[in-house]
Design a protein around this ligand. Structure first.
Ligand code: ACO
Length: 428
């Protein structure tokens, strides 16, 4: 028999169905609440208790530290799949066959050009512009150059918009970086794989060949997989919300990039490395910074620690920590901030403040150390996150459209002034 929940208000009882997910998650379906109760809503700032949708893409269990894309564990995907394979899985629901993957690659390659006029827009930015702002603007600007990607009514039009953004986004990301460091904008080489080509577009010097390094390509590929989706986080919810007005894929992604930029979300990877550097510069006294993080009068937080959903180890952090050791070893790099990071983690895991609040390292705690070892500068860390998250945003946007979800429009509880009369400026 299906479960229900009873809500009693002023002695009157209301019954609501309980929805059960495939992993036995339960949610009270309150779709009829306002109608049944004559206008009563729920209040849940930050949506800590609110499911915004039903989704078949990513399963996350924060208490047990589980993350799966379309039923496959993140550990297995990080070990056995490549980034485009995972992108296909997330977006279309199944691992691609050989021929499906080949077609997907080829369709993306066929769209890997960006209109030359986009370069004029890039020229208008100051060099000091943060690449996340540039990337968000350029992604939005892409709409003007690809108007057919806005109104997607058929599956075919949707597919075309998807391969377009997957193809052009790495170009824009690399160009945002090249603009910042004063390198001429470079088109990649379609003969290379997706990640290898991205690295070439980033780092090829005008005067020399780009020599690819297997360790670098594989490590970045793995990092992108680990970032590829994370169900209804801040940026993904933003993408779904913007997309719910049928505004189009590219602008929805552009809004997602803006949401990801903040230091409480994707911007944390940059904040972590800046924090670790600051601790190093200050003499490496991790205890002093632990005390600051615990002091409620001090705004300092241990960046890369804590997560809205994980109250256990972030499974991605475990993989990335191992990977950081391997990558630095393989590239022969000794980075003192890795030791500082490990020291902070050790102390935090034994400290009652962090233990009681279930604060563990999140995906960003070690990712910056790897990015840095791969030659990716700090201000590009969050754009790298965006590149990795792109398939997840696309998959969630596509699911929202295919399920014909209604426009996102939360309610509020108004706590402002009641009706009052306008005061003339001379009486204020
Ligand atoms: N350092 C010190 N204290 C912390 C930290 C931290 N990193 N994170 C949480 N806390 C404390 C809070 O002060 C609060 O303490 P209190 O109960 O005594 O008031 C308690 O732990 C709960 O924290 P909230 O902020 O209420 O948790 P919330 O779920 O709202 O926030 C967040 C989660 C934003 C990730 C938070 O842990 C944080 O700011 N972490 C640092 C930034 C970061 O690493 N962000 C990346 C997240 S992963 C991602 O987006 C990819």
């Amino acid at each position: 028999m299906s479960k229900t929940a009873i809500l009693e208000i002023d002695g009157k009882k209301y019954e609501f169905p309980i929805v059960e997910g495939t992993e036995n998650e339960l949610a009270i379906d309150i779709k009829s609440l306002r109608g049944d109760t004559n206008g009563i809503t729920t209040l849940d700032p930050g949506y800590k208790n609110t499911g915004s949708c039903e989704s078949a893409i990513t399963f996350l269990n924060g208490e047990e530290g589980i993350l799966r894309y379309r039923g496959y564990s993140i550990e297995e995907l990080a070990e056995k799949a490549d980034f485009l394979e995972v992108a296909y899985l997330l977006i279309f629901g199944e691992l691609p066959t050989k021929s499906q993957l080949e077609k997907f690659h080829n369709d993306i390659k066929a769209q890997s050009h960006v209109d030359e006029d986009v370069k004029k827009i890039i020229d208008g930015f100051p060099k000091s512009a943060h690449p996340m702002g540039v990337l968000s603007s350029l992604t939005s600007a892409l709409v003007a150059f690809n108007p057919s990607s806005v109104n997607v009514d058929s599956e075919e039009e949707m597919y075309n918009a998807i391969v377009r953004i997957l193809a052009k986004f790495p170009v824009l990301t690399a160009w945002a970086y090249r603009k910042r460091v004063g390198l001429p904008l470079d088109y990649g080489d379609d003969n290379l794989g997706y990640v290898e080509n991205f690295l070439k577009m980033m780092f090829k010097k005008p005067s020399g060949e780009y020599v690819s390094n297997k360790v670098v390509v594989e490590s970045l590929d793995k990092l992108l997989i680990l970032h590829a989706d994370h169900e209804q986080n801040c940026s993904t919810s933003t993408v779904r919300m913007v997309g719910s007005s049928h505004a189009g894929l590219f602008v929805s992604i552009s809004a997602g990039i803006a949401a990801l930029w903040g230091p409480l979300h994707g911007g944390a990877n940059q904040a972590v490395i800046e924090m670790l550097e600051a601790i190093k510069e200050d003499g490496g006294d991790t205890k002093k910074f632990m005390a600051k993080a615990k002091d409620k009068d001090d705004p300092f937080r241990l960046m890369g620690f804590g997560h809205r959903v994980y109250k256990n180890f972030d499974p991605r952090a475990k993989i990335i920590k191992r990977s950081a050791d391997n990558v630095l070893d393989a590239l022969g790099i000794e980075d003192p901030v890795l030791d500082i990071a490990k020291g902070l983690e050790r102390e935090a895991l034994e400290d009652s403040y962090f233990v009681d609040r279930k604060l563990y390292p999140n995906v960003d705690f070690y990712s910056g150390i790897i990015y840095r070892a791969l030659g990716i500068p700090v201000e590009m860390f969050t754009p790298m996150f965006a590149l990795g998250r792109l398939p997840g945003w696309i998959a969630q946007w596509r699911e929202m459209r295919l399920r014909k979800e209604p426009i996102g429009r939360p309610r509020q509880v108004y706590i402002g002034e009641k009706l009052r009369s306008f005061k003339d400026i001379s009486n204020r």
